[in-house]
Write a protein that binds this ligand. Structure first.
Ligand SMILES: [Zn+2]
Length: 335
């Protein structure tokens, strides 16, 4: 897989719409490409016609892994002045071919202990990774690929999604003293949250959150009997610390229901490669049976998930060099 082929295959993969839930065709393309290169390929069923692609050329010590589903909307590839545009160009189809190119160079030099794992459903609940974790390949290290501008991740934040529900009592709005406004209670709770000092971490910074959804009320002339909001925290430690602060400060105003918890992750780094902490979550928490995790990938999370998703072709080629270098370093370590 020379650089020209790497870019051409990346474009072909981008041009297959694999929005989460519709990954089967892209999976078949990957499985076929890897079989043609001479890998032993397993298509691991996940749900419906969707499957993970697992490839090896020997017992893997290091596994290169990322996802081949994308966020909507799909848009096809375009190349312009050394930059590759298209859905998945940086998150994470460019990464897939950079990983394959690295594995191919290692294999050409007789190193067969590098495996490949490409999963579905990362963008919607990590169902592909959860399925992959049922397999135990015996690998010592997992290099996950997400857009980090080719830096090694030192840590990624966790997620804590919580639903806030306020209960009130409906009444005619001309007689407010007969009712209790759930919306006012919810607003009091959300306002109180702004004053809370959330947990911090030296590497990752302060916990932050988004009030992503809010709803309530039944009509303009009715005291609202119910209101709710869904809040997503990007955590830097145990979510229980955030939960306790919520209970203490707003527990009297709203009911708290946990929706989703993903723990923050500390990652292995290797000297000689630039590193940084990242606020996003990855499949890594669901792949703990695949080895000590590392995180690195081409492109920037600033353009991932946008309608301007793109990656410099030089960064794709640099990523494949870095995957090769990392794999060689890790191959000499016991894990
Ligand atoms: Zn991604």
């Amino acid at each position: 897989v020379d650089p020209l082929t790497q870019v051409a295959l990346t474009r072909r993969l981008i041009d297959i719409d694999s929005t989460s839930g519709r990954e089967a065709e892209a999976g078949r393309f990957l499985a076929e490409t890897l079989r043609r290169l001479g890998y032993e390929v397993t298509e691991q069923p996940v749900a419906g016609d969707r499957f993970n692609v697992v490839a090896s050329a020997g017992a893997p010590h290091v596994v290169l892994s990322t996802h081949f589903d994308c966020v909507p909307p799909f848009f096809a590839s375009r190349e312009d002045a050394g930059v590759l545009h298209g859905r998945g160009s940086c998150d994470a189809k460019g990464t897939i071919l950079a990983m394959i190119a690295a594995a191919e160079r290692l294999r050409a030099n007789g190193e067969r202990r590098v495996g490949l794992l490409f999963v579905v459903g990362e963008e919607r609940g990590s169902e592909g990774a959860r399925a992959a974790n049922l397999i135990s390949p015996g690998s010592r290290f997992l290099i996950d690929g997400e857009p980090t501008d080719n830096r090694l991740g030192t840590a990624t934040r966790g997620v804590y999604r919580v639903k806030l529900t306020a209960a009130g009592r409906a009444a005619h709005s001309s007689l407010p003293e007969l009712g209790v406004s759930a919306i006012e209670k919810l607003l009091d709770a959300l306002t109180a949250m702004r004053q809370i000092e959330w947990p911090g971490d030296a590497a990752m910074g302060r916990t932050h959150y988004t009030v992503g959804l809010i709803s309530g009320g039944v009509a303009p002339n009715v005291i609202p009997p119910a209101a709710e909001a869904e809040v997503m925290f990007r955590t830097v430690g145990d979510y229980v610390d955030v939960r306790r602060l919520l209970e203490r400060h707003i527990g009297a105003l709203v009911q708290l229901d946990d929706v989703l918890v993903v723990p923050p992750v500390r990652l292995k780094t290797v000297s000689g490669i630039e590193s940084a902490a990242f606020a996003f979550t990855t499949d890594i928490p669901w792949l703990d049976r695949w080895g000590t995790p590392l995180l690195l990938g081409p492109g920037s999370v600033r353009v991932a998930h946008t309608d301007d998703e793109h990656v410099a072709i030089a960064d794709l080629l640099r990523a494949s060099d870095l995957y090769e270098q990392l794999a060689l370093t890790l191959m000499s370590q016991a894990g």
